[in-house]
Design a binder for this molecule. Structure first.
Ligand code: SF4
Length: 479
């Protein structure tokens, strides 16, 4: 999971791209980068949070009215400076790219790029491979005289990518002397939203993983980049767009469960509202299964679960309490690397409020249980603070399979629900009752309202059905 953005404006874009990186910080904390161009490419990238990477001085050197940005959270490739995006190549034109997702046929494409095309790859990042495929396809065409001709070249190049490249990829890019390009894989697995702003009668455009920065930058949301769509904005601000392929639309359901900021609207579904509905559906299930068990308080495992916990508490008629205080200056545990690192960080960032917990029957609502380490620690903390009984509900069904589309769930062994029964997990976490959301209830919560066009959300990590080519997990793992 990463965060990307791309801006075409009639004013310099560097500070707005910085704001985009800040507003998408939750999507990746390993590294951040910005690339802009006027007559040439300008870039600044670094490891760490946006506030550590960028300064007023280095932002002032990022000249130009067109640019892209990236928040990195590694799912493919090593961890190091060379892997930080945006990446770029000088032939043809000078192309730079920021990518959110993960390519599943990486090895096959590396073979083609390095052996057949004799191109050098300097990293193990799948983004670099994607960049070289785009470069090669654009290089195959002649020199375009007009924006229309260049757009036709892009259509051919990106059309080839859609045929060749398997997996999830939402992409923003810049081409020197040509403008901004944006495309999204045919299944639309990772999000990519768009917005517009009027500047003295001229249009500025923004594209990003989430619309979380639109409000502060004054952009109006104008929907989504469609799955299989290519958009090109030329140097004069003229927009060209075409949906090159139409397949089943399978956006990632985990964006709604965990990744996206609650104020984001992705694929025309509000994340906040979908989380309220997750809490509501979970409460209905609780009341049906445990009509006689009523907790004294409902506390969220902060902070993604806050919204679901609020709706859950309301629905079962029990007081909502912030029984665990969260220190917001420590990174999200799920996207910290290393299990021990994650375990230790839970106690650094969460502090139980004893007055809220002691001698009470406590219901903990969490967004999901992935590895189980965070949940186990939270339960231990709540018990240590004097809880009489502890119940645990998860707004997401059991996560049983790894994700190959851009989320760090690399092996089945790491997922607590992949090999353990719910009863064993209950004992492992040390809770009196454990209840998971049903898959149908989760889908209902995400798709209940709104004029969205989601065919089937990707839920491969929950049901093992991998949406690319409709293959099952064992077939994909064999590759
Ligand atoms: Fe999202 Fe899970 Fe699908 Fe990965 S496998 S894209 S996390 S729903």
């Amino acid at each position: 999971m990463c965060g990307i953005s791309g801006i075409y404006s009639h004013n310099p874009v560097a500070s707005e791209l910085y704001e985009s990186v800040v507003h998408q910080q939750h999507r990746g904390q390993d590294a951040a980068g910005i690339m802009t161009y006027d007559e040439r490419m300008h870039k600044h990238k670094g490891l760490g949070l946006a506030r550590d990477v960028f300064t007023e001085d280095n932002i002032s050197l990022l000249k130009g009215n067109v640019g892209i940005s990236h928040n990195r959270y590694p799912t493919h490739g090593e961890f190091g400076h060379g892997e930080i995006q945006p990446m770029w190549t000088s032939v043809p034109y000078g192309i730079s790219m920021a990518h959110n997702g993960q390519i599943t046929n990486y090895d096959e494409l590396v073979e083609e790029v390095t052996k057949k095309e004799k191109r050098y790859l300097n990293t193990t990042s799948d983004t670099e491979v994607l960049l070289h495929i785009l470069a090669k396809e654009l290089d195959n065409n002649g020199v375009p005289n007009t924006s229309e001709e260049f757009f036709n070249h892009l259509c051919e190049a990106v059309g080839t990518i859609f045929k060749k490249v398997k997996g999830a990829y939402s992409v923003t890019g810049i081409v020197i002397g040509k403008g901004l390009i944006v495309f999204r894989d045919p299944r639309g697995i990772r999000p990519l939203v768009r917005g517009e702003r009027d500047t003295n009668g001229k249009k500025d455009y923004i594209f990003a993983s989430e619309n979380t920065m639109f409000y502060s930058l004054g952009y109006e949301p104008t929907g989504n980049v469609l799955p299989g769509e290519l958009i090109y904005i030329d140097n004069d601000g003229e927009m060209f767009s075409k949906r090159l392929v139409k397949e089943e639309f399978n956006p990632c359901i985990f964006e709604y469960v965990y990744f996206a900021r609650p104020d984001a609207v992705l694929n025309d579904v509000g994340v906040y509202r979908s989380r309220l509905r997750m809490g509501q559906n979970l409460a209905y299930a609780w009341k049906e299964k445990y009509p006689d068990v009523k907790p004294d308080i409902v506390i969220p495992a902060p902070s993604t679960a806050n919204t679901s916990a609020l709706a859950f508490a309301h629905e079962i008629g029990v007081r909502y309490s912030e029984g665990l205080y969260k220190n917001h200056f420590i990174g999200r545990t799920f996207i910290m690397t290393g299990q021990e690192e994650r375990r230790r960080s839970v106690r650094h960032k969460l502090v139980p409020q004893e007055t809220e917990i002691r001698d009470k029957k406590v219901m903990i609502v969490d967004d999901s249980i992935v590895r189980g380490n965070t949940s186990r620690e939270i339960v231990r903390m709540v018990k240590d603070a004097g809880a009489k009984e502890v119940y645990f509900v998860s707004a997401c069904p059991p996560v049983q399979h790894p994700c190959y589309y851009g989320v760090d769930m690399p092996t089945r062994n790491e997922l607590i629900a992949s090999s353990k029964s719910i009863d064993t997990i209950k004992k492992d976490l040390g809770v009196d009752i454990l209840l998971y959301q049903e898959i149908d209830d989760l889908v209902e919560a995400v798709t209940r309202r709104g004029d969205h066009h989601i065919d089937n959300p990707c839920m491969a990590c929950l049901d093992g059905h991998y949406v690319i080519n409709g293959r099952k997990v064992h077939e994909l793992i064999k590759e």
